[in-house]
Design a protein around this ligand. Structure first.
Ligand SMILES: Cc1ncc(COP(=O)(O)O)c(C=O)c1O
Length: 342
């Protein structure tokens, strides 16, 4: 059965080119440093985001948590937005793995107020009661579908760096952010000390993310990755798909954004639907319905039309476009939404 799957961009299947690359991949034991395909992916990933080195990790969550674990002494404090993935969707891992305290600031569409960031940074030596601030984090593109402009990122970078605190970017969708801002991704990643980016979302690789930063940071992260059980052996099979993701899939993300904007425009024509097409900056459309929606019936109604959707969350419905959702699929999605909300 061929489903249109708009639950997320994590659902993307690998392309045929990825399957071929995986089949033919040259591999070795990466814990011994013997896997040429992983080495190639790590070098290419670092080059693309303008960092000295990068490290292949199993997932975005793993990469973010490894970044915290590597940057932050235990008992220190991390400043970040209250709606970011590290706070909301990583199972409280920061307290378990890095052993840090998360100090959240109110985020405005993922943006942090640089003056507030500066005022919240604390030095352990300032007061016997204080933890020291060891890291500030941003997320761009944000999982709320919004993109942080370059000047807003630069202001937070300046606030952190002027107090000697490094900045980590959850860049799970950093290539979507770059496409949305029409900039080279290095314009974004140049403002941060470390960045995690996913190969397995809009870029369609089956598994994996990269954590990039200075050579010293990545060497320290490599050891901690082993501690976390992330030392993979013949990982070149996965890295081979990641290389295709980086070379073939980045430049087409704008198509997903265009489809999302068109989807928002069409959804706006359904009575009772509230959606702002101008707020669609990447591949995500968020909207609300005037009438109460039974989550189970909603999902079932779409399944009847061979469409997979998530139930509404907090009153909002999210549809995500991706490589496997074509422009010609939008009509079926919109008509099914109309029927489900009738
Ligand atoms: C912004 C953001 N960061 C991190 C992650 C975690 O990635 P993974 O699901 O690979 O752990 C996600 C997953 O959707 C995400 O949206």
């Amino acid at each position: 059965m061929n489903y249109i799957d708009i639950r997320s961009d994590t659902v993307t299947q690998p392309t045929q080119a990825m399957r071929d690359a995986m089949y033919h991949a040259e591999v070795g034991d990466d814990v011994y440093g013997d896997d040429p395909t992983v080495a190639k992916l790590e070098a290419e990933g670092a080059r693309i985001v303008g960092k000295e080195a990068s490290l292949f990790v199993p997932s975005g969550t793993f990469g973010n948590q490894l970044a915290l674990f590597t940057h932050c002494p235990r008992g220190s404090e991390v400043i970040l937005g209250d709606d970011c993935h590290i706070v909301q969707h990583e199972v409280g891992a920061a307290s378990v793995i890095a052993g840090v305290q998360l100090r959240t600031l109110k985020s405005d569409r993922g943006r942090l107020d640089p003056a507030e960031v500066a005022s919240r940074i604390r030095k352990e030596s300032d007061d016997i009661h204080f933890p020291g601030t060891s890291l500030v984090c941003l997320e761009n593109a944000h999982s709320n579908g919004r993109v942080i402009p370059l000047d807003a990122m630069a202001a937070v970078s300046q606030a952190a760096h002027s107090r000697g605190v490094p900045l980590h970017l959850d860049g799970a969708r950093v290539f979507n952010a770059a496409a949305s801002l029409s900039v080279d991704v290095k314009e974004i990643t140049g403002k941060v000390d470390s960045v995690m980016f996913c190969l397995s979302k809009g870029l369609c690789a089956p598994v994996g993310s990269l954590l990039a930063g200075s050579a010293d940071f990545v060497e320290r992260a490599r050891k901690k990755r082993k501690l976390m059980g992330g030392g993979l052996r013949q990982a070149g099979f996965l890295a081979a798909a990641g290389l295709v993701a980086l070379s073939e899939m980045r430049d087409r993300l704008g198509e997903d954004h265009e489809n999302a904007r068109e989807l928002a425009r069409l959804l706006a024509g359904i009575p009772g639907v509230t959606v702002d097409p101008a707020s669609v900056e990447i591949n995500m459309v968020f909207f609300t319905a005037a009438r109460a929606v039974d989550p189970e019936a909603f999902v079932r109604r779409f399944l009847d039309s061979c469409i997979k959707v998530n139930p509404p969350e907090g009153g909002a419905i999210r549809f995500v476009t991706n490589y496997w959702v074509k422009r010609s699929d939008l009509e079926r999605i919109v008509e099914t939404t109309r029927a489900a909300l009738r």
